[in-house]
Design a binder for this molecule. Sequence first.
Ligand code: SER
Length: 585
Amino acid sequence: MNAIDIRNKFLNYFKAHNHNIIPSAPLIPENDPSVLFTTAGMHPLVPYLLGEKHPAGTRLADYQKCLRTVDIDEVGDNRHLTFFEMLGNWSLGDYFKEDSIKYSMEFLTKELNIPIEKLSVTCFKGDNDAPRDEETARIWESVGMPKERIYFFGKDDNWWIAGDVGPCGPDTEIFYDTGKEPCSKDCNPSCGCGKYVEIWNNVFMEYYKHEDGTYTKLKQRNVDTGLGLERINMLLQGKETPFDTEIFKPVMDKLQELAKNDNISSRRIVAEHLRSSMMIIADGGKPSNIDRGYILRRLIRRMIRHLNKLGIDLGNLKDLINLNIQNLGEMYPELIENKENIINTILEERDKFVKTLENGERELQKELNKLREKNMDTLSAEEVFRLYETYGFPPEVTKEIAKENNFNVDLDTFDKLFKEHQEKSRLGSEQKFKGGLADQSEETICYHTATHLLHKALQIVLGEHATQRGSNITQERLRFDFAHPQKVTKEELDDVERIVNEQIQRDLKVTCEEMSYEDAKKSGAMGLFENKYGDRVKVYTIGDFSKEICGGPHVEHTGVLGTFKIKKEEASSAGVRRIKAILIR
Ligand code: SER
């Protein structure tokens, strides 16, 4: 039996029990900006769990494509996945605990032929919000589950809610005993040692959690279940990891064949991230520096770094994508339908990242030369970190190159800086990147430099009062707010545009120096938001045209900016005007 067989058995079983089969919703939720990706089967069904009538009735079943991003950095071990498929059956105010448990038990033991001895279950032990779920335990006993394999736990284990607010309720989880030795005499399904693997979660959704933390009963009692396909497939095949099953094996084997420096964790990362990137792209995702696009970019770049680590030529990427489409196309026909787009998107992102790596390497070589001149032999942790943060240059590559050039790297300090950074980005991702990510794509870097040119040009055309009041840059445009008492005329805008384009055509060199804030001001650098700067600042100089205090990064020569075009001039607030402009490159 393989994953497709299990999926089909599941859907057929529930069809035979009067469930309507609904299609998987896309990975990218429609009309739901509150989440990045569909994370559970119940997700697209929330309105119906709350009482809206579903066109397909009150008994539904499906397979749902899901993506969970909290554990991206854990992928590479023997179990974590970002993309996975959840098989689910739902009762929307129809059957409740009894039938739900009977269906699960029958499906597992009769359809999948799992011996009941392999199964144990957990139930909600009760608290101030909801009673102990004795009813569920009784039903389990009535279908043959011995009392000693029925456990009770609190909300952490046996209560399910998506996020902080919404439909929720006690759940009962079904665990598969792998047969491993117990970790202690208290070994149980919730201890996490790996002996017991959770396979199916049946949620009895009859509550709604409000923002103030209180619970009320829903209009109807629902059942929401989720059975992880990759996991049950792995267990039924007696494999230790999902990477040993047919879903990943062809790519894993190919990677092993191609690898010059094989390591299993890198192969898993490549195989996993390749699959999830392809699934996101098939559902309309594009790499970018925010939200969903940022996750996709991270997945692709991490995959490429690990291809590099394995010593696999990036020219093999297209074949790997094709191999994966061949392998997974029957399960996900959308991969076949979107083949061209998947290949083009991933290869384009690969090329961008390769450039990032080249820029980083050039910067690193400059730094090593400086150290050589000073007869120093250690590359500072701060420098390794700067290359990582500014150029996206992977620290392990920095370390490798430094070593090849006989330099030491202060790894302990680097690890500390890196942990702080990870903590920050973890916090960031929890807030769905609202805090604004450090966006270092080629496009935004160009817009940063164009903003400096615009700032100076405005001062030339309108006068020195036209200083910066705000700036907002995306990959698609720049937006610049500046002090000016009246509308900027068409002639003035034309002048500004012309001056900026002249500086681009002059291909001015952009240089950066570090100095004290006082020295920067003395040097005539434009400086803003004075209280934002520390004692030491970076000053970016663009040829003989502009000098500005700024954190960077910037392009090296203005020639790469293309053509600068003002799209809009408007009022921003009293005495402040706003310009939106683009670069045509
Ligand atoms: N919503 C529950 C889960 O995601 C069951 O489908 O585990």
